[in-house]
Design a protein around this ligand. Structure first.
Ligand SMILES: [Zn+2]
Length: 104
């Protein structure tokens, strides 16, 4: 998928769904599918079988991927969710905040 703008380590805000308004850090990005895993967002309860090591099972929280179009990057300079702009050309291209113009 061309041009996924959100990358691992970005701080994002969720725009839709049950976690709307939540913010978290991107733990993983999947450019092939256009999805991201955001810390603490879209958490599913997973049943885990007991393992030989711990001898206990239980329910664990697992962050499920959300589509990148459902989140917006939060600018570290102006602290607002923003669209991503670009400045420069080719390899020197940098992401900038559309609101304050600072580098993201
Ligand atoms: Zn900004």
């Amino acid at each position: 998928m061309a041009g996924m703008r959100i990358k691992k380590g970005d701080r994002v805000r969720v725009l839709t769904g049950k976690d709307r308004g939540k913010e978290g850090d991107v733990m993983r990005a999947f450019p092939e599918t256009g999805k991201v895993i955001v810390d603490g967002v879209n958490v599913a309860k997973k049943h885990q079988k007991p393992t030989r090591a711990t001898m206990q099972g239980g329910i664990i929280d697992k962050d499920m991927p959300v589509h990148a179009s459902n989140v917006m990057i939060v600018c570290s300079s102006c602290d607002k969710p923003t669209r991503i702009g670009y400045r420069g050309e080719g390899a020197a291209k940098v992401r900038v905040c559309k609101k304050c113009g600072k580098n993201l």
